[in-house]
Design a binder for this molecule. Structure first.
Ligand code: HEC
Ligand code: HEC
Length: 399
């Protein structure tokens, strides 16, 4: 058994290496951020299976900033009807999602997309399903002024609350050395992003099995599922595992056949109409979250590249058991539904026509029901034992 396991580990190690060579971008951090350089060390996560959290040079972590960001993240007053904070859709108790197919913002309005977890978003090379924002700072400014989310028409109401709230007056002064009347939305964004960089989650059963080599950390079924994940299932080609850490994403965009079938016939017209609207200056963030068909254009809406129609960012699979329903449109209810979609070769209903833009990596897998169950069991081994990491805050304190 031991020999077989070792062989298995070295094989999967090889696989991860080969993949790393295929994809040199994998280690690249977003512009403006660095990790492990002496000038600006990333914050050690101390969690098994995770790399250091990249920290941008112009937004270092500090305990006071993290605490301020935590308050801002949970402040419902920053919305048109006083009911919406970031945590409405990224709820601490639901692994920082809302467990809804698509999120509900102010006055019960629903957007077009599923709320991804904010856990480990600090590692994302780009933010949002279509990657339209480069980092956590720029991302956090969008929902505040999106009509179907916080619903404000500009940042003024937020800055007004900050100017008059004694807690915020003191906190912004001590964190940024700025008087309340001089606070800008960029200060707000920086504090929120610093808080989000503490929301990391690792040390799952899989991490203990793979990185600590605790053979009994996963069940036999999960071990079989893992072997399918790196083998016949070919999941690892997009949901990447490296030798010393695993984020379960290549940070790239792929069309895996979700949602696109609903606009299939209409793609050329929609794509062209979207480009025209963009040239006239529409707000892409507003358009994709309020119009279902525009949403399905995926990464194309950001890059104008036809090959990226219906392509979305490869999700991390960490904590996936806690974040149902699945996919950018929340259309798949369970992990078994997800597996069936992949097993069918990128169509949710067996026999449906695959879309013209489907990623070459998606083909029918011909897995048996038992194998599908094994893969589902494996994904349940990816739940972190800690979902928020206080250690990051403590490490930041030492800096
Ligand atoms: C009404 C629900 C809602 C609210 C409120 C909301 N979000 Fe989100 N969030 C979403 C949805 C839906 C997405 C995915 C949108 C997309 O990709 O187009 C998202 C995406 C994100 C992402 C990107 C994650 C990834 O993996 O790409 C981050 C980070 C994030 N939100 C943080 C925040 C912060 C910070 C706030 C408050 C300033 C906030 N959200 C408010 C629903 C919400
Ligand atoms: C070609 C790349 C690719 C391959 C291969 C692949 N995935 Fe994915 N996966 C993605 C992308 C991209 C998404 C998001 C797609 C969307 O929402 O439209 C995704 C989403 C998911 C989700 C839902 C994530 C969420 O947060 O909603 C799960 C679960 C998943 N994949 C598991 C798997 C498993 C298991 C396999 C192997 C059987 C696999 N994937 C193979 C690219 C891939």
């Amino acid at each position: 058994m031991r020999v077989i396991l070792l062989l298995f580990w070295s094989m999967t190690g090889l696989f991860a290496n080969v993949h790393a060579a295929d994809n040199p971008q994998k280690h690249t951090l977003p512009p403006g951020s660095q990790s492990n350089s002496p000038a600006n060390p990333g914050v050690a996560s101390n969690l098994l299976g995770l790399p250091a959290v990249p920290i941008p040079v112009d937004n270092p972590q500090s305990p006071a900033k993290i605490e301020l960001g935590d308050k801002l993240f949970h402040d419902k007053r920053f919305s048109v009807d006083g009911t919406v904070s970031c945590s409405k859709c990224h709820d601490d108790k639901m692994a920082f999602t809302d467990n809804l197919p698509t999120s509900a913002g102010n006055r019960g309005q629903t957007g077009t997309r599923n709320a991804p977890t904010v856990l480990n978003a600090a590692y994302n090379k780009r933010q949002f399903w279509d990657g339209r924002e480069p980092d956590l700072e720029s991302q956090s400014k969008q929902p505040l002024i999106n009509p179907v989310e916080h619903g404000l028409s500009n940042y003024e109401p937020i800055l007004e609350i900050i100017r008059t709230d004694p807690y915020y007056q003191t906190a912004f002064q001590s964190v940024f050395g700025v008087a309340a009347k001089k606070v800008t939305i960029d200060h707000v964004a920086k504090a929120i992003a610093s808080f989000e960089r503490t929301l990391v989650s690792g040390d799952s059963a899989f991490d203990r099995y793979y990185f600590k080599r605790q053979a009994d950390a996963m069940t036999e079924q999960q071990v079989r599922g893992f072997s399918l994940f790196v083998g016949e299932g070919r999941c690892i080609s997009c949901h990447v595992i490296e030798q010393d850490q695993a984020l379960f994403t290549d940070g790239q965009f792929h069309n895996i056949g979700i949602g696109i079938n609903q606009i299939q016939q209409d793609v050329p017209r929609l794509a062209q109409a979207f480009q025209v609207a963009k040239s006239k200056g529409i707000n892409v963030d507003v358009a994709v979250l309020s119009d279902k068909k525009s949403s399905e254009l995926g990464r194309f809406a950001v890059t104008d590249e036809l090959s990226q129609i219906g392509a979305f960012k490869t999700s991390t699979l960490r904590n996936i058991d806690l974040t149902a329903p699945y996919m950018h449109d929340g259309s798949l209810k369970t992990l078994k539904d997800v597996m069936n979609h992949y097993n069918n070769g990128g169509v949710t209903k067996k026999g449906d026509r695959v879309n013209d833009f489907l990623d070459g990596g998606i083909r029918p897998l011909n897995l048996s029901d038992a194998q599908v169950d094994d893969l589902v069991a494996f994904m349940k081994a990816l739940t972190g034992s800690k979902n928020a990491n206080p250690t990051s805050t403590q490490t930041a304190k030492e800096n």
